[in-house]
Ligand binder design. Structure first.
Ligand code: SF4
Length: 951
């Protein structure tokens, strides 16, 4: 889809010469606009390499193996480098994930080696003008400002916004930087994409990650998408989905308010009303229970409290589901029957499911559906939760979160003890870095910080209502663009109010340009991941080692170098890098960081993936099967590509990785497992452990709790530890024993270190034990509010949070249209990077809103007209109308990658010279409204209200 530009707010795409013309490039790379553009599963014969034609033919070409940074599929590519210049690229035909396929974004990656629109050197805003700085000045000024604010307001007044674009090593060191600065005010974009998944899924069966792999979807007989549109958001994942359709005649069911490009492939499309996922799933479960389609043996052995769900589902007979969701009775019945008749089936969801004020409950409902069908722990089944950015999985795993330390250890004193132990530091020193005392009864070190969805409330909220010493005064926006956050007018006010704003990024991003400041903004140019090396985790938990393609462009520095230099300026570099060697240029040895990660990450089994093992996999892509992900020969024979966690034990133990979580048909040493014992052994007197179910080869032939030193002694296995292991393991459990002895001995006896329990359908520590339907805060269905109300207002961690106060206001007269948002194939995230890429910018130049022909006609709007869209809190944006029946009457949809225009005014003059992206447009989030999940503070971007009028 391509709209014609009519307005003149945004600049046209400039014609650039990159060695070959765009048309040649497009032809050679096989790019077409949109869809699963260049997915090449027809064989390598169709591929051509894009080449810079004016590089002499006799300059030797170095081939670097790297990984696309545009989404979490993790496609491999060969980068061709001549004289240190990135001159060509090919999708890796022998890569186990993409087998030669790329989408438009992957095919356009070489732009990273060109960097036309990038920040070139450090800058600061002085009296409204951008002024060049040296790095030394930048570190000194930024560091001094941090220390001043610390003295005046405490460490919690500096906010550390991090990135899903960091390498694993970068994520880990950033979380450590915030910890050693003395704050939990650190977060990244998983907060606003899959935090509700992590909370909901982990609290159902143990880990909050995708359970199977992209490749394993090839084995599914049914594929159920809810709030996911991989044809645009994860195009190469479609390779595996379409293979399942071809090979197994797999049934595709798409539940989405919009007829998306994925829906175009479906056997059944159910256009539910935004925000009604839970009634839809209960509606399916109603049919499943009524017809006896549930897997009774599986539930008996491995599921806790399906009875509660049976009672909840009874509240949603077909008529009620149709009344609430807008889907017909037949559609809901067919969705249930197709899933029941075609097992194993998989469930795939993305942000259409997660970005709701009931997001955690949505994700639990999806899990419960799979538990009822017995689709868990099997090939072709599972919950395949597609992540967005290339390393959002790794960033989450490594605790780049306001409520966690690396490895999901939480923020308890025990968690801090574990990590100070890993870092060889004194706990008293660590404690001394934080604010002392309590605020609103909470101790800063062990209290979750402020989520990145609401950092602006940390700036603007009344100080007396905050559970920290003072408001946020200064923030780093490091690899994260603020136009991805709702309530953009508040975001701008917060940027205006803070003492200092620091952007660390290859591009200026919105934090650097959307404010109305004259001073106090720093832009520090960070290198991309192609200018460094390190590991990255894809959505399927596989890690890949990226080779460095080129040296950092211009004066940019790597993330790790900037973090290290800051720690030097701030005076804690010695503690920060205590176990990490430095090279001759005083740069951190990246492999040592990976090793330190291995040393501490026992909880998820991110302990066995040494840099050496990861590099070996990268060097041997072609030995891993595109079907099974296993190496069929060669030096990694028998291992799963990328050693997906849990990769148990130490690297020397050579665990092959776990492709499918909770799979009892395999021995734990071969990647088998069962649900995790994470919530104790009983609840109100009922057994939480598995009954008669255990993984292959387990010597404990029933459920069992997680392993500890005490348990090893009870079992008589303690003496199998070495003397050194005993000394380290005494008083510890499998998560905190740094020797790995407890894990080693458990596995030797065929047992999973985390125990063997049932998955649970109720979560007693959440606001709703079973998923409960609650109408969106801004619902178009006022008639349903009394029956399905939202929560009462509440304090969530450090911030007061509104629910009922907002829902009680009826806004439907002024804002009658439902509003939701989503992703385009051409762009990613906040879009600053991809809209600055000429190859991609050409494909989609205009911000637009999809509106149904009937709604458009009622407003006198024609396709291509410029319109004003106003959100229910008054945020107004000017954009183009796309009149299309792909959205139902009463529903509108916008992409979320645009920025650079606000309330109809171009922000182009605010950018440093030469850095305005090729395409700018209004951010959909200027019109998006309040609404946060009570467990994770996920923002609501998928169900609100608006009005549209012709401009
Ligand atoms: Fe592959 Fe995703 Fe990159 Fe496209 S954006 S090439 S699907 S990793």
């Amino acid at each position: 889809m391509q709209l014609t530009r009519k307005s003149n707010e945004a600049p046209k795409v400039e014609k650039k010469t990159l060695g070959i013309s765009r048309r040649q490039f497009m032809k050679h790379a096989g790019i077409t606009s949109g869809g699963i553009a260049a997915v090449s599963f027809l064989g390598t014969g169709m591929m051509r390499k894009a080449q810079a034609k004016d590089v002499p033919h006799d300059v030797p070409t170095e081939i670097k193996r790297t990984v696309c940074s545009a989404c979490a599929v993790g496609c491999g590519l060969y980068a061709e480098v001549q004289n240190g210049v990135w001159t060509g690229q090919e999708p890796a035909f022998d890569h186990p994930f993409n087998a030669g396929g790329h989408c438009a974004k992957g095919a356009a990656l070489r732009e990273h080696g060109h960097g036309e629109k990038r920040l070139k050197y450090p800058m600061k805003l002085v009296d409204g003008k951008w002024k060049k700085l040296s790095w030394e000045q930048a570190f000194n000024e930024v560091g001094d400002k941090m220390l001043d604010i610390r003295k005046e307001s405490g460490p919690d007044s500096v906010y550390f916004m991090g990135s899903a674009k960091f390498s694993n090593e970068g994520c880990y060191m950033y979380r450590k930087l915030a910890a050693m600065w003395g704050t939990n005010n650190v977060d990244h974009s998983a907060r606003i994409c899959h935090s509700t998944t992590v909370a909901g899924v982990a609290n159902t069966w143990g880990y909050g990650a995708q359970t199977n792999s992209f490749n394993d979807i090839q084995n599914a007989n049914a594929i159920f998408f809810i709030g996911a549109n991989p044809a645009e958001a994860h195009p190469v994942a479609m390779q595996h989905i379409l293979i399942a359709k071809e090979k197994n005649n797999a049934k595709l069911i798409v539940v989405d308010p919009r007829f998306s490009r994925t829906a175009a492939h479906a056997d059944l499309h159910c256009a539910l009303r935004p925000g009604t996922d839970i009634p839809f799933i209960y509606g399916m479960l109603w049919h499943i229970f009524e017809n006896g389609w549930e897997d009774k043996a599986f539930i008996q052995e491995r599921v806790f409290e399906m009875e509660t769900i049976r009672r909840e589902a009874k509240k949603f007979p077909p008529k009620e589901v149709t009344h609430v969701t807008g889907c017909s009775e037949e559609e809901v019945y067919q969705a249930a029957k197709l899933m029941a008749d075609n097992r194993p089936g998989t469930v795939i969801w993305c942000m259409g499911g997660t970005q709701h004020h009931v997001g955690n409950a949505n994700t639990r409902a999806y899990c419960i559906l799979q538990l009822a069908l017995g689709n868990m722990g099997v090939s072709g089944g599972g919950t395949n939760i597609f992540r967005g950015h290339d390393n959002v999985q790794g960033a989450t795993d490594l605790g780049l979160l306001f409520d966690n330390l690396p490895g999901y250890y939480g923020l308890t004193t025990g968690a801090w003890n574990h990590w100070t132990n890993v870092w060889n530091l004194d706990m008293e020193w660590m404690k001394g870095r934080f604010d002392q005392g309590t605020y609103l009864g909470r101790e800063p070190m062990t209290t979750p910080g402020i989520p990145c969805s609401r950092w602006h409330d940390g700036v603007l909220e009344d100080k007396d209502k905050l559970a920290q010493k003072d408001n946020i005064q200064m923030a780093f926006f490091w690899g994260q663009s603020v136009n991805t956050e709702t309530r953009q007018r508040d975001v701008r006010d917060a940027l205006d109010k803070m003492d200092t704003v620091v952007v660390v990024d290859p591009f200026p991003t919105m934090a650097g340009v959307m404010h109305r400041r004259q001073n106090g903004v720093y832009l520090l140019p960070a290198a991309t991941q192609f200018e460094t090396e390190g590991s990255v985790s894809n959505s399927g938990r596989s890690q890949q080692w990226r080779e460095k393609v080129i040296e950092p462009l211009f004066e940019s520095k790597t993330d790790l170098e900037i973090m290290y230099r800051l720690s030097q300026k701030l005076g804690f570099a010695e503690q920060y890098t205590k176990r990490i060697a430095k090279d001759s240029k005083d740069m951190l040895v990246i492999e040592d960081i990976t090793r330190e990660i291995n040393r501490g990450m026992w909880t998820i089994g991110m302990s066995g993936q040494s840099p050496e093992r990861l590099k070996l996999h990268t060097q041997n892509w072609g030995t891993f099967s595109n079907k099974t992900l296993q190496a069929e020969g060669g030096p990694a024979k028998g291992e799963t590509y990328g050693l997906p966690w849990p990769c148990w034990g130490t690297p020397e133990q050579k665990h092959p990785g776990t492709q499918i979580l909770y799979d009892t048909s395999k021995h734990v040493k071969d990647g088998g497992g069962n649900f995790r014992a994470r919530y104790g052994v009983e609840y109100k007197g009922d057994n939480l452990l598995a009954e008669g179910s255990f993984s292959k080869g387990s010597e404990l032939t029933d459920g069992y709790p997680e392993f500890s030193a005490a348990m090893l002694k009870q079992l008589g296995w303690w003496d199998e530890l070495t003397a050194d292991e005993k000394a380290q393991a005494e008083g510890k459990n499998w998560k905190t024993d740094l020797s790995g002895g407890i894990v080693r001995v458990a596995i030797k006896h065929g047992c999973i270190p985390f125990g063997n329990a049932k998955a649970r359908c109720i979560v007693w520590n959440f606001p709703d034990q079973a998923p409960v339907h609650r109408e969106p805060l801004y619902t178009p269905r006022r008639d349903l509010v009394a029956k399905y109300p939202t929560y009462d207002d509440m304090q969530v961690h450090r911030l007061p949070t509104l629910y009922k106060t907002i829902q009680d206001r009826d806004m439907t007269a002024k804002y009658p249209l439902g509003l939701t948002s989503g992703r385009l194939v051409e762009y990613e995230g906040g879009g600053e990077e991809s809209r600055s890429n000429p190859w991609l910018a050409e494909l989609q130049q205009e911000m637009f809103v999809e509106i149904n022909p009937g709604d458009a006609a009622d407003r006198g709007i024609r396709n291509g007209d410029t319109v004003w869209l106003e959100g229910a809190e008054g945020g107004r944006i000017k954009l183009q109308a796309m009149v299309t029946p792909r959205v139902k009457p009463g529903v509108t949809w916008m992409p979320y990658h645009f920025a650079g225009v606000m309330h109809g005014e171009s922000l182009a003059p605010n950018y440093p010279e030469g850095t305005v992206p090729y395409v700018i447009g209004e951010s959909c989030n200027t019109a998006m409204t309040y609404g946060y999940d009570p467990v994770t503070q996920m923002q609501e971007t998928k169900a609100t209200l608006c009005q549209i009028e012709k401009a």
